[in-house]
Design a protein around this ligand. Structure first.
Ligand code: NAD
Length: 337
């Protein structure tokens, strides 16, 4: 895309702090003159029978049409008879890979200074297939589904991501010594794809060893790809290495190149409406969205402004030990653009 052509993107501000941090993104995009036109969608108040959830069919159509979107946190209403909002998005848009970069932010001290890794989680099957039943009283069974098609698809994405983002190593995380059939198939698919990318170093790491290596020396890793459950756990562990969920962006990749970027934290009801939320995770997610659209210059400009605002330390929100409001922090980022 040329940097002048306006692109339509779906925006789900979401619940709780969602609208406040979505406002920050809109403000920063305006200040950086990003050619994006937002199409805003809110979670409905009634179940839409076409989606079996509080997300309307029109919202899903908006993402399908635009092929790109940004999502704030959504609080799934409690009660029976509807699907979780995140599950609806994942299933309906076939969002098969969850990508989370985790890197140390200069000037924000955590236990490690040199983390720079990306976790890529298979998002559609594995232990999250929802196939559980009772065999006899006192015995239950849960099916872990691994398919060749889904494993190849996520492995392809991981290697493609490594290649196009200047990364030189892909580690597949598994437990194939115990789960010989399921993780065995996942590994086999990764090996097949690895052969097509001789310029990228390929390694296989058992999940338990991976956890130990991550907490001892996270700099050992570059791109990690893994089945659903391991990805769920390892991606949160990695976020913890660099300062927690408030700073971590993510992007979900779907069939046909759909990209739905989202902050990984929740709607933070305890601080909602108080102008206290840290918009960094959603802003960094919007940067991932811009990179996906090949708006690399704008992405770089916004990313640098966020990083330098946090590094300067003058304006920081309470979760990072500061006393700035969401608005003050956002204004500081705009001034640093
Ligand atoms: P949470 O992430 O909302 O909050 C956990 C803690 O982190 C709270 O103290 C909160 O104030 C703080 N926090 C989170 N994001 C922050 C930010 N940007 N700035 C400053 N502080 C921040 O987790 P929770 O309380 O377990 O969940 C609340 C609601 O969010 C639930 O309804 C849950 O279902 C939903 N949720 C949605 C998503 C999603 O849409 N992807 C993810 C997780 C939770």
């Amino acid at each position: 895309f040329s940097s002048q052509t306006p692109i339509r993107a779906t925006l789900f501000p979401g619940d709780g702090i969602g609208p406040e941090i979505a406002e920050s993104v809109k403000q920063v995009f305006k200040a950086a003159d990003v050619p994006i036109e937002w199409e805003e969608h809110y979670v409905g108040t009634e179940i839409d029978p076409r989606t079996q959830s509080f997300l309307t069919w029109e919202s899903l159509e908006s993402v399908r049409r635009n092929r790109v979107g940004l999502k704030g946190p959504m609080a799934t209403p409690i009660g029976k008879g509807h699907r979780s909002l995140n599950l609806t998005l994942r299933k309906e848009l076939n969002l098969y890979a969850n990508v989370r970069p985790c890197y140390s932010l200069p000037g924000y001290k955590t236990r490690y200074d040199d983390v720079n890794l990306v976790t890529i989680r298979e998002n559609t099957e594995g232990e999250y297939s929802g196939l559980e039943h009772q065999v006899v009283r006192g015995v239950v069974e849960s099916l872990k589904i691994i398919t060749r098609a889904a494993s190849l698809r996520v492995a392809e994405y991981a290697f493609h991501y490594a290649k196009t983002n200047g990364r030189d190593r892909v580690s597949v995380i598994h437990k194939a010594n115990i789960m010989q059939k399921t993780d065995g198939l996942f590994l086999k698919c990764c090996r097949e794809v690895a052969e097509k990318y001789p310029e990228i170093t390929y390694e296989e790491v058992v999940i338990d060893n991976c956890c130990m290596m991550l907490v001892k020396n996270p700099a050992l890793f570059d791109v990690l790809v893994m089945p659903n459950l391991y990805g769920d756990i390892i991606s949160d562990l990695s976020a913890g290495l660099v300062g927690g969920l408030g700073l971590t962006p993510s992007c979900n990749i779907g069939e046909g190149g759909i990209a739905l970027a989202e902050a990984v934290h929740g709607s933070a009801p305890d601080i909602a409406g108080k102008n206290l939320a840290n918009p960094t995770a959603l802003l960094m997610s919007s940067v991932m969205m811009l990179r996906h659209l090949n708006f690399s210059d704008k992405a770089e400009q916004i990313q640098n402004a966020i990083v330098s605002t946090i590094a300067e330390g003058k304006y920081r929100t309470a979760d990072l030990g500061g006393s700035s409001s969401t608005t003050e922090f956002t204004n500081a980022i705009c001034n640093n653009l």
